[in-house]
Design a protein around this ligand. Structure first.
Ligand SMILES: NC(=O)c1ccc[n+]([C@@H]2O[C@H](COP(=O)([O-])OP(=O)(O)OC[C@H]3O[C@@H](n4cnc5c(N)ncnc54)[C@H](O)[C@@H]3O)[C@@H](O)[C@H]2O)c1
Ligand SMILES: [Zn+2]
Ligand SMILES: [Zn+2]
Length: 367
């Protein structure tokens, strides 16, 4: 079939919205009609050429939600009409990582996915016979997409898909960092650095876990206001004295849990230093630039602070994204507050401009 899609032709150049060919799903795959897709920093990062593992041509987009149209042979967990959220972080439920409760990093299709291919090493996307790669295994800046069954989370049909799409990346990453990676305990003191989509999600996750105090740092007063809306009890301007401020607020000890959601390695160091002696856990969620390193004085670790990272919030997508969407539908997560702009696919480059200008939290493309 022919579909409209936003193609990255050349790094650093605007995406080109055009007709491309999409083949039918093969074994273990499903054809999804996209209803909505968020515009995320990772799309922009790859489009800019900064990502060393980027490739072109490819159809970008990974924060999608839609409806299954058809499935290929052997697909058992999904059928036509199912509402789904796309997963750049799949869950096969069989590999050694999926069988462990300790990680969400499914091993099943990693190698091919990282290269932009579906699990059998080919693409369903093409143009005039030339293959077009599947960005992050998802390619959801398009009217339709073919994805592996294991990369689709089936969500309750009542959930509006133009909100559910945010659970495909940023929102689940933040929520999950608090809920599944750090496993914040009730009554805790938490500090979140950064109040973008991810940091705001972490604030909401700390609240859902029953944290008593949630401190959020950002440079933008507008974003700090959003953090208060998600449950932050204290909001402060980020800067060189952030650690001192946390120590002052916690009797000199530091916080039970800290979260880094800026991608800045100096802020990551602050997040480690702001974690409590004895048991403070620092969860790094932000993605640093290529080649950058995190500087930690080892004494901070010897005296009981711990540091961990979190990819997609530690969320096992097919099992836990539907649960997060249920909590949203139960009124526990305010998703509307994150959606600042609504765009059409033809406006996708405007979504990048808004993100670069830090205008709003999320642009959502409707199809
Ligand atoms: N680990 C994962 O799976 C995963 C998934 C998605 C995104 N990310 C990463 O998470 C990070 C955050 O993503 P986002 O979409 O929320 O980005 P964003 O750019 O919207 O938000 C970052 C926020 O950090 C704030 N900030 C900058 N410097 C600061 C400082 N010194 N102190 C306090 N706040 C400061 C900015 O004002 C901004 O609001 C990025 O690095 C992104 O690449 C990671
Ligand atoms: Zn797996
Ligand atoms: Zn993303």
């Amino acid at each position: 079939m022919q579909i409209r899609a936003a193609v990255l032709e050349e790094f650093g150049a605007p995406l080109s919205v055009q007709d491309v060919d999409l083949e039918e799903p093969r074994a273990g795959e499903a054809l999804v009609r996209l209803e909505a897709c968020g515009v995320c920093h990772t799309d922009l990062y790859t489009a800019s050429g900064a990502d060393p593992s980027g490739y072109a041509p490819t159809v970008l987009g990974h924060e999608g939600a839609g409806v299954v149209e058809r499935v290929g042979p052997g697909v058992q967990s999904l059928g036509p009409g199912d509402h789904v959220v796309t997963m750049f972080s799949p869950q096969c439920r069989e590999c050694v990582h999926c069988r462990s409760p300790r990680t969400n990093l499914c091993l099943a299709i990693r190698a091919q996915q990282n290269l932009g291919y579906l699990p059998d090493g080919t693409t369903r996307l093409s143009r005039g016979g030339e293959p077009i790669r599947h960005f992050m295994g998802t390619s959801t800046f398009a009217e339709y997409a073919v994805l592996p069954e294991i990369a689709l989370a089936k969500v309750m049909p009542e959930a509006p898909l133009d909100r559910a799409c945010l659970f495909a990346c940023g929102l689940s990453t933040g929520l999950g960092a608090a809920m599944y990676t750090a496993k914040v305990e009730p009554g805790s003191t938490c500090v979140v650095f950064g109040a973008g989509m991810v940091g705001l999600g972490a604030v909401a996750g700390c609240r859902l876990q029953g944290a008593e105090r949630i401190v959020c740092f950002d440079l933008s007063e507008d974003r700090l206001a959003l953090a208060r809306g998600q449950g932050a009890t204290d909001t402060l301007a980020g800067g060189d004295d952030a650690v001192e401020q946390v120590l002052d607020m916690t009797g000199g000890f530091g916080a039970d849990y800290t979260f880094e959601a800026t991608g800045n390695v100096a802020v990551m160091a602050q997040a480690v230093e702001a974690a409590r002696m004895g048991w403070g856990l620092c969860t790094v969620v932000g993605v640093a630039g290529k080649g950058e390193t995190l500087d930690i004085v080892p004494r901070l670790l010897i005296t009981g602070r711990r540091v961990c990272g979190s990819s997609f919030g530690g969320v096992k997508g097919r099992d836990q994204v539907p649960q997060l969407v249920e909590r949203y539908m139960a009124g526990e997560i305010d998703v509307d507050a994150f959606i600042s702009h609504r765009l059409t696919l033809d406006d996708v480059n405007r979504g990048f401009e808004l993100m670069e200008a830090q205008d709003g939290i999320r642009s959502v493309i409707g199809f």
